[in-house]
Design a protein around this ligand. Structure first.
Ligand SMILES: [Zn+2]
Length: 696
C-alpha cells in the first residue's frame, strides 16, 4: 500500500469510523483483504455516463489495478452512456473507437447499453459490440438482424474459485414514447419493453446464490422502483440520472449505487459472502481528481486526443457566453443567419456546455453540440408556433426552448396550464398571424415534439454543429448573444392551487440566475435569514428558474414557488458561525470558481473586484448597519444545507443543529405571509462585480 493510500485510508477511517464501524466489511477483513474462513470478499468497481471523458479511465485504471493486486475477486462494470460529449470520441474513426479500445484494455466485465449508445446509429453501435472483449447487456430490447444476437439480456460471471455474479442489463425508456431518450431515427426497427416488467420476468433466472446485480441505465428514481419490484437483487449499479450516491442507498434491502457522471468518481462496492450468500455490502465513491493516471492508459488517451483538426480556432469571442440560455440563443442567432431562417429554436438539453470564452476551437463546438442532429426547416403560421411552444411547456412544465428571431410572453399556471402565448418579433411587435415564417430547429425537436403543422418540414441536410461552424468560419462577426431573456413567463394562480401566502407586489427571478441581484433570490435570502435568526444568509443563484414572473396580488402557494425555485421543498437551512475573514475568503473562492456571482445575500452587501487579467481578486463587504465586515467578528451565517454539505469547503467556528423540517420553501412561505408587501429595493443589487484597475 502506498503512502498516499495509507493516508487516504487513515483520513477515511477518522471521518467515518463511527458511521461504518458496525457495518463495514473492511472491519471484518484483515489488512490484505482476506475474509474469515467461510467468507469471501469481493470488490466491485463501477462507473456510468462517462460521455467521452476518456482521460478519467486512466485514473480509474490506477485504482482498479491496485485492487487487483490486493484482492482475489475484483470486478469492473460500466452502466452505460459512454458516447457523446467529447469530440475526440465522437469524431474518431470509427466513432466511439477510443472508448472501445480503452475498455478492452482495462478489462471490464460487462456494460449495459445507455440511451446515448445509439447516438452514432445502430451500425456503429453494432461494430462496437462486435469488437468488444466484454459482454454488452440489455434485457428490455427486442432487436433482430445480424449483430444484435451479441447483445445479451444477462450474463453469469465466475472466476476460478470465485462466487457467481449474475448481471442483468436494463435500459431506460421514456414514459410518453416508450423508447430510450435518443433520436427516434436511430432506434428504427428496435422495440423496447418496460424495464421493471422485464426485470421481474427474469426473476426465475436469478440463481439463489452468489451476487445478483442489475446493471441499470434507468436513473435513480426507477432504480428505486426496481428494488421494490425485485428485492432478490443484491446490487443495482445505476446510471443515466448522473446521481452522486456517496455511500449508496439501501432500498427495500437492495443496495443502489451510482457514481455521478463524466468519470468524476469511480464507485467501489465491497461485498462479503458467507456460504455463497451476500451478507454485507458497502458502497463508496472514489473522487478521480485526486488519483494519478496510469501512464500507459494516459498515453493511449493522449494519442487519441492529438487529432490536430480539433484544435483549429473557428472564432474569437469578444465576451464570455455563460449559461445554457445565452448559449442556446446564440446558437439560434447563427442558425437564423447561416440558414436564412426567420426564427430558430433549440432545446436546452441539447446544449452540452455551460460556458464559452475567448478562442473557440472546433472541439469546443462539437462539445457544445455533440448530437449530430440535422436542421429541419418548416414554414409555420404563428398559431402553429404556439402549438410548438405549448408542447414544450407540457413536456418541461416551462419554456425550455431557446430561440432567435422571436420573443415570447407566456401566461401559465405554476402547473404549466397555459392561459396565453404572445409571439413577438425581436423588436416587440406582434407576429403577423396571416404570414408563414421560416422556422428552423433540430431533427430531435422535429421528431419528438408533437404539434399541429401543415408543412411536414424539410431537412437542410446540415447538422446544427456544422451550421454553427460554417457561420463562424465565414468571417462574419460572432454576434455575441444579447443576454436579454427571449421568453418571459407570468405565473397566474389556478383556483385549485393551495394558497399559503399572498404577494402584493410583482416578483421576478430575472433573466440571469448568476446576476446576483434578482428580486426572487434576494427574497429567498431574506427569508432564510429571518427564519434562522442568522445575521447573514446566502442563497445559491443556480436554484432559480430564470424568466419567471409572478404578477402583483397573486396568491402564492407551493406550486408558484416551485415554478421559481428548484428543490426548495427539499433543501434545509444550515447555520454556521464564521469569522468575517472566513466569510470573505469563502465568497471570493466561490466567485473565482464560478467566474462570477452565484450567491445572493441578505444582511450584507459586497463588491467584488475583477483585475485587468480578468481574475476576481478582492471583495469588500458591508453589513446591515453600513460598517465594513471585520476580519475577526463572529457571524451567524445561514446556508442552503445541500450546498453546504456538498460543495462548500468551510471550517466554521461552530455549526448549529439543523432542523430538516424547515425547508427553504417553508421558510419563504412563512416570510411571505408575514411580509405580503415586498421591500421596494428588493431588486437592487447586493452583490456587485466591478472591473478594478490594480491598486484601485
Ligand atoms: Zn442516459
Amino acid at each position: 500500500m502506498s503512502n498516499h493510500r495509507r493516508r487516504a485510508h487513515a483520513l477515511y477511517a477518522t471521518v467515518c469510523l463511527a458511521l461504518f464501524a458496525a457495518i463495514s466489511p473492511a472491519s471484518a477483513l484483515n489488512e490484505n483483504g482476506a475474509a474469515g474462513a467461510s467468507e469471501e470478499h469481493l470488490v466491485i468497481f463501477h462507473f456510468n455516463d462517462l460521455h467521452g471523458r476518456i482521460e478519467r479511465l486512466s485514473r480509474m485504471a490506477t485504482v482498479v489495478r491496485e485492487a487487483r493486486r490486493q484482492y482475489r475477486h475484483v470486478y469492473f462494470f460500466c452502466a452505460g452512456d459512454n458516447f457523446s460529449g467529447n469530440p475526440v470520441v465522437d469524431q474518431a474513426d470509427p466513432r466511439g473507437e477510443p472508448v472501445l479500445k480503452l475498455l478492452n484494455t482495462l478489462g471490464i466485465q460487462a456494460m449495459v447499453l445507455g440511451n446515448h449508445e445509439f447516438d452514432y446509429g445502430q451500425e456503429v453501435l453494432l461494430g462496437f459490440v462486435g469488437r468488444s472483449r466484454f459482454p454488452v447487456l440489455c434485457a428490455n430490447i427486442e432487436a433482430h438482424g445480424p449483430g444484435w444476437e451479441s447483445v445479451k439480456p444477462l450474463v453469469g460471471i465466475q472466476s476460478a474459485a470465485g462466487p457467481l455474479l449474475t448481471v442483468l442489463g436494463l435500459i431506460q425508456i421514456e414514459p410518453d414514447s416508450g423508447i430510450p431518450s435518443a433520436h427516434p431515427s436511430r432506434l428504427e426497427g428496435l422495440k423496447f419493453q418496460d424495464p421493471i416488467e422485464t426485470a421481474v420476468a427474469f426473476r426465475s433466472r436469478l440463481p439463489r446464490k452468489g451476487v445478483r446485480i442489475a446493471l441499470s441505465h434507468l436513473g435513480y428514481a426507477t432504480d428505486r422502483q426496481l428494488a421494490e419490484a425485485l428485492p432478490e437483487l443484491d446490487l443495482i449499479l445505476g446510471g443515466h440520472s448522473h446521481t452522486v450516491l456517496d455511500s449508496g442507498v439501501s432500498h427495500n434491502g437492495v443496495l443502489i449505487a451510482q457514481a455521478g457522471a463524466h468519470g468524476d468518481y469511480l464507485g467501489r462496492i465491497d461485498v462479503v459472502l458467507e456460504a455463497g450468500e451476500v451478507t454485507r455490502s458497502e458502497a463508496r465513491l472514489i473522487p478521480m481528481d485526486s488519483v494519478q493516471p496510469a501512464p500507459d492508459i494516459l498515453s493511449m488517451v493522449k494519442a487519441f486526443e492529438s487529432n490536430p483538426v480539433m484544435e483549429r480556432v473557428v472564432a474569437t469571442l469578444p465576451r464570455t457566453l455563460e449559461g445554457k440560455t445565452v448559449l442556446g440563443n446564440w446558437i439560434c442567432d447563427m442558425l437564423c443567419r447561416q440558414l436564412n431562417l426567420d426564427i430558430a429554436f433549440h432545446n436546452a438539453g441539447g446544449v452540452r456546455v455551460n460556458r464559452l470564452e475567448g478562442a473557440v476551437r472546433l472541439q469546443d463546438i462539437y462539445q457544445m453540440l455533440p448530437f449530430e442532429n440535422l436542421v429541419v426547416r418548416m414554414e409555420l403560421y404563428p398559431r402553429e408556433i404556439r402549438g410548438l411552444i405549448a408542447t414544450d411547456i407540457s413536456k418541461h412544465g416551462k419554456v425550455d426552448l431557446l430561440m432567435s428571431g422571436i420573443r415570447l410572453r407566456v401566461a401559465r399556471t405554476a402547473a404549466g396550464k397555459i392561459h396565453a402565448i404572445e409571439l413577438m418579433g425581436p423588436d416587440g411587435t406582434p407576429l403577423n398571424e396571416n404570414r408563414r415564417y421560416a422556422v428552423g430547429f433540430n431533427s430531435y425537436i422535429a421528431s419528438s415534439y408533437r404539434f399541429d403543422h401543415d408543412d411536414p418540414g424539410k431537412s437542410l441536410e446540415m447538422t446544427t454543429a456544422a451550421s454553427v461552424i460554417a457561420y463562424l468560419e465565414s468571417g462574419r462577426p460572432p454576434i455575441p448573444s444579447d443576454p436579454a431573456l427571449r421568453a418571459e413567463e407570468e405565473i397566474v394562480a389556478a383556483p385549485a392551487d393551495t394558497v399559503d401566502a399572498r404577494c402584493e407586489d410583482p416578483l421576478e427571478t430575472g433573466p440571469d440566475p448568476f446576476a446576483g441581484s434578482s428580486a426572487a433570490g434576494n427574497l429567498m435570502a431574506d427569508a432564510m435569514r429571518e427564519q434562522s435568526g442568522a445575521q447573514v444568509a446566502l442563497f445559491p443563484s443556480r436554484l432559480l428558474v430564470p424568466g419567471i414572473r409572478i404578477a402583483a396580488g397573486t396568491s402564492i402557494g407551493r406550486p408558484q414557488l416551485r415554478s421559481m425555485f428548484k428543490h426548495a421543498e427539499k433543501n434545509a437551512i444550515q447555520v454556521a458561525r464564521l469569522s468575517g475573514g472566513q466569510l470573505r475568503a469563502f465568497l471570493l473562492q466561490q466567485a473565482r470558481f464560478r467566474k462570477g456571482m452565484d450567491l445572493q445575500v441578505s444582511g450584507m452587501s459586497c463588491t467584488f473586484c475583477r483585475n485587468l487579467a480578468g481574475v476576481i481578486d478582492r471583495v469588500e463587504c458591508r453589513v446591515a448597519d453600513g460598517s465594513r465586515l471585520d476580519q475577526q467578528t463572529a457571524l451567524k451565517v445561514a446556508f442552503c444545507a445541500y450546498d453546504y454539505d456538498r460543495f462548500y469547503k468551510l471550517k466554521p467556528l461552530a455549526v448549529e443543529p439543523r432542523d430538516s423540517a424547515v425547508t427553504l420553501e417553508s421558510a419563504l412561505l412563512r416570510y411571505l405571509s408575514r411580509h405580503p408587501r415586498l421591500d421596494s429595493d428588493l431588486s437592487s443589487p447586493r452583490m456587485i462585480l466591478r472591473d478594478c484597475a490594480d491598486g484601485e
